[in-house]
Design a protein. Structure first.
Length: 208
């Protein structure tokens, strides 16, 4: 079977639990959506099982997320203003440069953060391969790419967390079901890594 809207093509029988476990969280969610549209319930069930078993975000970010409605959230543009950044487009921009010191501040969708053995990571930008990430080719995606290039060359980077409900089949930077807001009390100090054609934000250490 062909899994649509993803950067890979395989038969349903090829999707084992072990293979799915090697994918990133966003790729598993996309595979689950596409497999469901094709009626491949076995693949859908495997995706759900892998997502349930995947380690949840830990530490201060996880503690904040667990509070739910108790968080004091502000709009994305307000959160950036608090960090000294005026967004180029208040509706679509997810990052901006602070004029005072040249630091890049970038908003991260909290539910898309991945945990690894060494801490946390977040896929900031990846190319639009076979229509898998059309957002990357749009104005906001190109802006994110330019900011990634600034940060990967040793620039200072900060991250703020956006909470909300995702819309299946879309990157949260592109479209969402709803956006609850940004937690102004959390500011992450990010390091930016280039992995092939992808740019990742990494930070923190694994909590015991």
């Amino acid at each position: 079977m062909q899994i649509r809207k993803a950067a890979f093509t395989s038969r349903a029988s090829d999707w084992t639990k072990e293979r799915i476990s090697q994918l990133r969280k966003q790729e598993i969610e996309q595979l689950q959506v596409n497999a469901g549209a094709l009626g491949e319930d076995g693949v859908v069930a495997l995706c759900a099982e892998v997502l349930r078993e995947r380690p949840r975000l830990r530490g201060v970010v996880g503690a904040r997320a667990a509070r739910g409605p108790k968080r004091r959230l502000v709009s994305r543009s307000k959160a950036f203003e608090t960090r000294g950044v005026t967004l180029q487009d208040a509706r679509t921009s997810w990052s901006g440069v602070r004029k005072s010191d040249g630091a890049v501040v970038i908003s991260l969708w909290a539910d898309a953060i991945e945990t690894t053995g060494g801490g946390c990571s977040y896929l900031l930008w990846a190319p639009n391969v076979r229509g898998s990430r059309p957002w990357s080719d749009g104005a906001a995606g190109r802006e994110r790419l330019e900011h990634c290039k600034l940060m990967v060359n040793g620039g200072r980077a900060e991250g703020v967390l956006v909470y909300g409900e995702r819309l299946e089949g879309f990157l949260p930077e592109d479209r969402t079901r709803s956006v609850h807001g940004v937690d102004p009390e959390i500011v992450l100090q990010l390091a930016i890594e280039r992995r092939g054609d992808e740019y990742w934000a990494v930070w923190g250490r694994k909590q015991s």
